[in-house]
Design a binder for this molecule. Structure first.
Ligand SMILES: *Cc1c(COP(=O)(O)O)cnc(C)c1O
Length: 388
């Protein structure tokens, strides 16, 4: 790409970073290099590009990694087979037996499960803190804390954490700050600019954006962390295939325009929910009454496409709404072009039931898609009106 990518606008980077026309054929789109291995020019002599085996590196994946890194404003990107594989690599590279980490009280359920059920059996301990309360985070730090794991906005309660403050607390204690930027995307927020050491993504969500591929990514400015992550990924093998990398790269090109529309639609849906008599509380950082609103306005470009609300008539009614929409598809996951609805207590967050991360039973979570917003509001209205 001509010039320094960091000087180009977001959408230009999304479309061009790492995505030069193919040098051999001129193919404008990065090809799907569906190959496991690469011919060598003599023993130990790789050709231009240095590719030798696709677990180690693959050109389609390289293009995706350069694009994601350019969007996050980081030096190094690494793609993984899933968001959880990316998170697992960070945890295994940064933590050793005896180490401790601090994680949010509404962390993604899968991240909590990995830490609580897998990591603890390897001698790693953790504390849970309400990340929007910096004093709680400071109090949770121990001499052996090596990692603070943060999501902002968080899932499913859309809590906002002060990333600059968390980076300071982590660094003062000799720990690193990881930000799971899946909900915000680099279009709305770039944690490395606020002091984070590592950014992790489930690219399954907004980056891929079309609910057709599972993937993950890590971005960091640190050469050392990049080397360690690369070594672990090559050793353990949690890589995405070429076609998955290509699908993610294809989705990524429109991230900026999609996010604008997700935000527009989520704002309109939020307004309708706030005004609805069957809705008790609406969780959206764009609302002036949201406790993290001012912070979100400072560290984010806009407020995102995720909205949660509690039903005034309790869990049964919340379940009925989740099952009663027509356009909003009842499904886990988020961040695709189509609107999704789910009941976190029974679905995405079932694995945290009974823990400190338990969510309200009457909570409904929406991933607001990019359809015509009038249709989305009408669909929610009819589902809320059905209440038994
Ligand atoms: C989905 C998700 C993950 C896990 O990613 P997978 O691609 O499903 O493995 C991690 N963090 C957040 C915030 C997510 O939404």
């Amino acid at each position: 790409m001509a010039g320094d990518p960091s000087k180009l606008g977001f959408d230009t980077r999304a479309i061009h970073a790492g995505q030069e026309p193919d040098p051999r054929t001129g193919s404008v789109i990065v090809p799907i290099y569906q190959t496991s291995t690469y011919a060598q020019d003599g023993v130990g002599g790789t050709r231009e590009g240095g590719y030798e085996y696709s677990r180690t590196a693959n050109p389609t994946r390289t293009a995706l990694e350069e694009a994601v890194a350019a969007l996050e404003g980081g030096r190094h990107g690494l793609a993984f087979a899933s968001g959880m594989a990316a998170s697992d690599a960070i945890l295994r590279v940064t933590l050793r037996p005896g180490d401790h980490l601090v994680l949010g009280d509404d962390a993604y359920g899968g991240t909590f499960r990995l830490i609580d059920k897998v990591l603890t059996s390897w001698g790693v301990s953790y504390s849970v803190a309400h990340l929007s309360d910096v004093d709680q985070v400071r109090a949770a730090m121990r001499p052996e804390t090596r990692l603070v794991w943060c999501e902002s906005p968080s899932n499913p309660l859309l809590g906002i954490a002060d990333l600059t403050a968390l980076a300071e607390i982590a660094h003062a204690g000799g720990a690193k700050l990881v930000v799971d930027n899946t909900f915000a995307t680099p279009y709305l927020q770039t944690p490395l600019d606020l002091g984070a050491d590592l950014v992790v993504h489930s690219t399954t969500k907004y980056l891929g954006g079309h609910s057709d591929v599972v993937g993950g990514a890590v971005v960091t400015d640190s050469d050392e962390l990049r080397e360690q992550l690369f070594f672990l990924r090559n050793s353990a093998g949690a890589v995405p295939g070429a076609f998955d990398a290509w699908l993610t790269l294809r989705g990524l090109k429109t991230l900026g325009v999609r996010m604008e529309r997700h935000c527009d639609n989520a704002e309109r849906v939020t307004e309708a929910l706030v005004a609805h008599p069957k809705v008790d509380r609406v969780y959206y950082p764009g609302l002036a009454g949201h406790p993290g609103h001012e912070l979100a306005a400072k560290q984010m470009r806009r407020f995102g496409g995720m909205v949660s609300f509690t039903h005034a008539d309790g869990e049964r009614a919340a379940l009925d709404v989740a099952a009663g929409t027509g356009l909003f598809v009842l499904a886990e996951s988020l961040g695709g072009i189509e609107s999704l609805i789910e009941h976190p207590g029974r679905m995405t967050h079932a694995s945290v039931a009974g823990s400190m991360l338990q969510v309200p039973a009457e909570l409904v979570r929406l991933s607001v898609g990019i359809e015509d917003v009038g249709d989305l509001v009408a669909d929610l209205d009819q589902a809320l009106a059905q209440g038994r």
